[in-house]
Write a protein that binds this ligand. Structure first.
Ligand code: GAL
Length: 674
C-alpha cells in the first residue's frame, strides 16, 4: 500500500502550529496539547516562518523550544511535519545582506518586509538557508516524531535583479545551445528590429521593458519557474544529505500561475497543497464551489499519481484575505473533508491551529479561537472531522484510478494569456479545463489531470482543451497514443504554435497532428458576448455555442456537427477521424456543460468509461486499494437529504452499517461504501 508515512499509517489530521508565537505562555502550550488530543489531531506542522525564533541573531541558534514542543507532541501521539523557516527572513539578515531582497518588475529593490520576498538566486540568501537547514536537519533529523520536511512555504514570486538577469541569460544560452541565431529564429526577432547580437543583450520583461517578443515572455516564465525549482532542490539536497529517509514536500497553491508544478513536483517525495475555496459565496452554489475544489484536488493528485497527496492547509472557518470573509456554514467542513479524502488526499490539515493575538493574520480562522474554548462550533466541527477520519482510515494509501484524463500545461497557459489575439476577456484556458473536468464529475466519472509527455497507458480517453502551444515532441506523443488505440478529444486552438510560440505552417493543428484529426482549421472567429451561433449535431441535438468558432476544412474526417448561422452556416464544427487503432475528435467551438455531456456520452461508451447518473449536488468519487477493494464516496453538497443509487453495495465506513440499493445521504454529509 502506498501509505505516505510508515510511522503513522493512517489519515492525518492537524495543521500549522505556531508555538513560537506563544513561548511566554507555557499554560497555553499545555492547553494546546490537551485540545489537540480532544480534536483527534495526530500531526502538527511546526516551524513555518520561525527563523527569528530559531536564529535570533546571525549564528546564534535557539533550538530548545522546538525540542520541547516536538517531544511533547510525540509523547502525546502527535507527529511533526517540520518546516524549514525560509519563507520569511529575520531583520538582521536584510540589514546585513541586502542582496537577499527581491527586486520588483520595475527594477526597484524591496525593503525588508513580509514574507516570500527573497531573491532565489542570491548566493548570500542561499548561504543563510544552507546554514539553518543543516542545523535543523542535524538537530531534529533523528527525532522519532519527525515524519516530513516542509520546504519553505508556498514558494512564489519573481525577482528582476541583475543577478537574476544574468541567470536568465545563462538559462537561454543553454536552452539555445549557445547559438544566438537559434534564439533569434525561435523568437522571430526580425519583427520590429528586435534582433539580438548576443545573449548579454537580453533583459527580463521589466514593466518598462520589452514585451513584444512572445518567445522571450514565455521563456522568462519558464526561467522563473525553473529558478524556483532550482532553489527548492537546493533546500531538498541539504535535508536529504542528513536525513535521506525523511520525505520532502513543499506546499503548492492549486493552479498557481507562476510555477509549473508539474515540473517542480518531480523533485518532491509527496505533493501537498493549500486549499481555500470561497465557500458560501454569493455567485454560485456550494456544489459549484465543491466541483472546483474537486478539480484542484485532481490537479494535485495528478502531479504524483502513484500515491495519495496531502491537503496541507485549509481553514476550519474563514480566511481574512478575501474581499468578503464569510465563515464556512455548518457542515461544509465535514462535507469538504469527506470529499477531499475521496479525491485522493490522505490528510486534512488546517491553517491554523490557534489564532495569534496580533499582526496580519490575527483574525484568520483557526481551530482554537481567541476565546480559547473547546466548545465552540468550529472546535466541535473539527473534532467531528477527527472522528470521521478515524472511521475512514481503511482508505489510507488507496488511489483514484481513472480512465479519463484531461491535459493541462503551464507553458500553454502562459502562452495563451500572452497571445495577442482572440478576446482577452474570454480566452479562459483554466476555466475551460475546469469545465471539461466538471462535465466528467457531473457524469460520475473521476477524471485525472495529465501533463505533457506522461505515460497515458492507463487512459482510454484524453481530452485536450485549447492546446495552443505544442512542441513536435508533444504532438508525436499524442499521435502515438491515438495510433495505439487511444481516443482524444481536442478543441479549437489546437497546436497553433510550437513551444517557443512560432506559428505552425501548413494548417492548424500543427505538430504533425493534421493527419491524426483529418481536418484543418482555416480561420478562428472570435464572437462578441452578444453574438450567437449554434451547432446541429448529427446525434440529434442543437447546441448553442459561444466565444470561438473555428472554420474547419476536412481532409478525411467525418462531420459530427455543423454551424447553424453566420456566413459559415453548414460548415463543420465538430469532427471525428480514425487514426491507427484510435479515434481523434475535434470540437471547433465552445459548448456549455450540459451539451458537452451529450457530446461525450457516446464517446465514453465507446471508450468503456462508465457514466454514473448522480443527483444534482452530489459528488461521486472512488478510491481503489492495492488489493482491489474499492471505496465509493457520495458527498451531498446540498442542504437537503438526497437519495442516491449505490454503484456497489457494501459497508458505509462512516456508520459501520451495511448499505445496498438506494441510500439517503444527509445534507453536507457523505456515505463511503467499502
Ligand atoms: C496560506 C499560507 C499560510 C497562511 C494562509 C492564510 O496561503 O501558506 O501561511 O497565510 O494562507 O489563509
Amino acid at each position: 500500500m502506498a501509505v505516505l508515512f510508515q510511522k503513522i499509517p493512517t489519515l492525518l489530521h492537524g495543521g500549522d502550529y505556531n508555538p513560537d508565537q506563544w513561548l511566554d505562555r507555557p499554560d497555553i502550550l499545555e492547553e494546546d496539547i490537551r485540545m489537540m488530543k480532544k480534536a483527534g489531531v495526530n500531526t502538527a506542522t511546526v516551524g513555518v516562518f520561525s527563523w527569528s525564533a530559531l536564529e535570533p541573531e546571525e549564528g546564534v541558534f535557539h533550538f530548545d523550544w522546538l525540542h520541547k514542543i516536538m517531544d511533547k507532541l510525540y509523547e502525546n501521539g502527535i507527529y511533526t511535519v517540520l518546516a524549514t523557516p525560509t519563507g520569511a527572513r529575520p531583520a538582521w539578515m536584510d540589514e546585513k545582506y541586502p542582496s537577499v531582497l527581491r527586486v520588483e518588475h520595475d527594477g526597484r529593490r524591496n525593503h525588508h518586509s513580509g514574507r516570500h520576498n527573497h531573491c532565489m538566486s542570491s548566493s548570500e540568501y542561499r548561504a543563510q538557508v544552507e546554514k539553518i537547514d543543516t542545523k535543523l536537519a542535524k538537530e531534529f533529523g533523528n527525532h522519532p516524531g519527525l515524519i516530513l520536511w516542509h520546504i519553505s512555504n508556498e514558494l512564489s514570486g519573481e525577482c528582476y535583479c541583475d543577478n537574476c538577469k544574468k541567470r536568465f541569460q545563462e538559462y537561454l544560452r543553454e536552452k539555445y545551445h549557445n547559438d544566438i541565431e537559434e534564439l533569434n529564429k525561435q523568437w522571430w526577432t526580425s519583427f520590429w528590429s528586435r534582433h539580438f547580437n548576443s545573449f548579454d543583450q537580453i533583459e527580463p520583461p521589466y514593466d518598462n521593458g520589452e514585451h513584444s517578443i512572445l518567445g522571450l515572455n514565455l521563456d522568462w516564465k519558464r526561467f522563473n519557474s525553473w529558478n524556483m525549482k532550482d532553489y527548492m532542490v537546493f533546500e531538498r539536497k541539504i535535508l536529504k544529505k542528513y536525513t535521506p529517509d525523511i520525505p520532502v514536500t513543499s506546499n503548492f497553491m492549486k493552479l498557481f500561475e507562476q510555477l509549473d508544478y508539474a515540473d517542480l513536483a518531480k523533485e518532491l517525495d509527496i505533493v501537498s497543497w493549500d486549499g481555500y475555496p470561497r465557500w458560501n459565496n454569493d455567485y454560485e452554489t456550494v456544489a459549484d464551489t465543491a466541483a472546483e475544489l474537486s478539480f484542484d484536488h485532481a490537479v494535485m493528485r495528478g502531479l504524483k499519481k502513484d500515491k495519495p497527496f496531502m491537503l496541507m492547509e485549509s481553514t476550519p472557518s474563514l480566511v481574512n484575505w478575501n474581499t468578503y470573509n464569510k465563515i464556512k456554514c455548518p457542515g461544509i467542513l465535514r462535507a469538504s473533508s469527506i470529499q477531499t479524502i475521496g479525491c485522493g488526499s490522505d490528510t486534512i490539515q488546517y491553517f491554523q491551529w490557534r489564532k495569534g493575538r496580533g499582526a496580519a493574520e490575527q483574525f484568520h480562522g483557526a481551530v482554537v479561537d481567541h476565546l480559547g474554548r473547546d466548545d465552540t462550533r468550529v472546535f466541535k466541527e473539527v473534532s467531528e472531522v477527527g472522528e470521521l477520519l478515524k472511521k475512514l482510515s481503511p482508505v489510507t494509501g488507496s488511489k483514484v484510478c481513472s480512465k479519463a484524463a484531461i491535459l493541462f500545461d503551464w507553458s500553454n497557459r502562459w502562452a495563451i494569456k500572452d497571445m495577442q489575439g482572440m478576446a482577452q476577456d474570454t480566452k479562459n484556458y483554466e476555466k475551460e479545463v475546469l469545465k471539461f473536468y466538471k462535465v466528467h464529475l457531473q457524469s460520475g466519472i473521476n477524471a485525472d489531470i495529465v501533463f505533457p509527455l506522461e505515460n497515458l497507458s492507463a487512459y482510454s480517453l484524453v481530452v485536450l482543451p485549447m492546446c495552443y502551444t505544442m512542441s513536435e515532441e508533444v504532438g508525436a506523443w499524442i499521435k502515438e497514443y491515438v495510433k495505439n488505440g487511444g481516443t482524444v478529444v481536442a478543441t479549437y486552438l489546437t497546436a497553433y504554435v510550437n513551444e517557443n510560440t512560432l506559428a505552425y505552417l501548413g494548417g492548424f493543428p500543427g505538430a504533425g497532428l493534421g493527419e491524426v484529426f483529418g481536418m484543418y482549421a482555416e480561420e478562428l472567429d472570435t464572437l462578441y458576448p452578444n453574438d450567437s451561433n449554434s451547432v446541429l449535431m448529427k446525434k440529434g441535438f442543437t447546441a448553442p455555442v459561444k466565444d470561438y468558432c473555428e472554420l474547419i476544412k476536412l481532409t478525411g474526417a467525418e462531420v459530427l456537427g455543423t454551424y447553424q448561422s453566420d456566413f459559415y452556416a453548414g460548415m463543420p464544427a465538430a469532427t471525428v477521424h480514425s487514426y491507427g487503432k484510435g479515434k481523434a475528435y475535434y470540437l471547433g467551438t465552445r459548448m456549455k456543460e450540459s451539451d458537452l455531456i451529450r457530446f461525450f456520452t457516446p464517446i465514453w461508451k465507446d471508450s468503456c468509461i462508465e457514466k454514473v447518473d448522480m443527483t444534482e449536488g452530489v459528488e461521486y468519487l472512488k478510491r481503489t486499494a492495492e488489493d482491489g477493494s474499492t471505496f465509493d464516496f457520495y458527498v451531498n453538497y446540498t442542504a437537503n437529504p438526497v437519495m442516491v443509487t449505490l454503484v456497489k453495495d457494501g459497508v458505509d465506513l462512516l456508520t459501520g452499517k451495511s448499505v445496498s440499493g438506494e441510500v439517503v445521504v444527509e445534507p453536507f454529509n457523505g456515505v463511503v461504501v467499502k
